[in-house]
Design a protein around this ligand. Structure first.
Ligand code: BYC
Length: 310
């Protein structure tokens, strides 16, 4: 009976139909979607932290306003994504608990520090650009709630991209000190940008299954190649140097060639052992503890709860 259902399910996907929460789906499809959407949601709230720490130190009122709005959007994306994942049967509480306990992953790139204002500008432009490449592709995928969340997220990300581009161009065309600061930030972030799309297709575990079911609409390497096509010229156009002497487009294959990122470091970082993992999860844990009384009060307005001292 399941074989018949599976065939029907795969036929619907092949025809480009959307799968909705109450439709039959294979257990593996459900589990994979929960894993991916949950990780994506966590990436949004943890991703708010490296940029968020620059709100108080933003250079000027306009930049502060724009960054505040951007960071707020990222947290809003997490809300949309947690709601999409909840349609598959895992509660928000469970997801947040798995994040805090280190059981669930989130994007590796947010485990690196933002030393200067320029680091936050590079994230706003070039990490958000990566997110758009990945999410525009996957918004055409098979699971309705995830696709709808991605469409809305991409619309907001497109605005972040403009803000990020403007901030980077401002520095890259500014004083020698500003140019140096933004170049140094690019030097620090380039390898993170390259790993953002996940391991090479040879090493990727889930791509094949996820592409068959149209959860992923492009492989990790396809997204990376598309990104390089779109952004290498834009980065060079403003006079920045990409810190990879091997980066070039092979005109015969039409593929970018580059120094392979350090996948061993990547493996460590996604398994909890990066420069800022403990700090990032520490902040989340604190937020959970401080917000516990609110959640309790919402559930049970008459409960007595002693709010911990800040
Ligand atoms: N970081 O088989 P693979 C944002 C894991 S937020 C960490 O290729 P898959 C922003 C992977 O989970 C937007 N882990 O996996 C926010 C798997 O481990 P498990 C972030 C990674 O799923 C605030 C293992 O490696 N975007 O932009 O086929 C401010 C094997 O990999 C990563 C998303 O979350 C990574 N980079 O493909 C500013 C997009 N890559 O689970 C900006 C949604 C791989 O087996 N996610 N792993 O233990 C995806 O599109 C896919 O999950 C990935 C990976 C392309 C990331």
């Amino acid at each position: 009976e399941d074989a018949v259902k599976l065939a029907e399910f795969e036929a619907r996907i092949a025809q480009g139909e959307k799968i909705e929460p109450d439709d039959w789906m294979p257990r593996l499809y459900r589990m994979q979607l929960i894993r991916m959407i949950e990780q994506h949601a966590h990436s949004e709230i943890i991703g708010a932290l490296p940029e968020g720490t620059w709100i108080t130190r933003a250079p000027g009122f306009r930049r502060k306003l724009a960054l505040m709005a951007k960071v707020q959007d990222e947290v809003g994306h997490a809300q949309l994504l947690y709601s999409a994942a909840e349609t598959l049967g895992k509660s928000r509480e469970e997801m947040l608990t798995d994040l805090i306990n280190g059981k669930s992953k989130y994007s590796n790139v947010f485990n690196y520090p933002t030393y200067t204002w320029a680091d936050s500008c590079i994230i706003s432009w070039l990490i958000d650009a990566g997110a758009i490449v990945n999410q525009m592709a996957n918004s055409k995928g098979s699971y309705g709630p995830y696709c709808r969340a991605l469409e809305r997220i991409c619309a907001e990300e497109a605005f972040h991209l403009k803000y990020g581009h403007d901030s980077v161009v401002f520095m890259a065309t500014g004083s020698p000190a500003q140019r140096q600061m933004v170049q140094e930030a690019l030097n620090r972030w380039w390898s993170q940008i390259m790993t953002f799309f996940g391991p090479s297709d040879k090493l990727s575990v889930h791509t094949e299954t996820l592409m068959r079911w149209k959860v992923k609409m492009a492989s990790n390497d396809e997204c990376r190649q598309q990104y390089l096509d779109m952004y290498v010229p834009k980065i060079r156009e403003i006079g920045l140097t990409i810190p990879d002497p091997h980066l070039h487009k092979n005109e015969q294959t039409g593929q970018w060639e580059y120094t392979e990122p350090d996948w061993e470091e990547f493996r460590k970082v996604i398994n909890g052992d990066g420069p800022c993992n403990a700090e990032r999860l520490g902040v989340r844990r604190m937020a959970e503890e401080r917000g516990a009384w609110v959640r309790l009060a919402l559930k049970n307005p008459t409960a007595k709860y002693v709010r911990p001292l800040a």
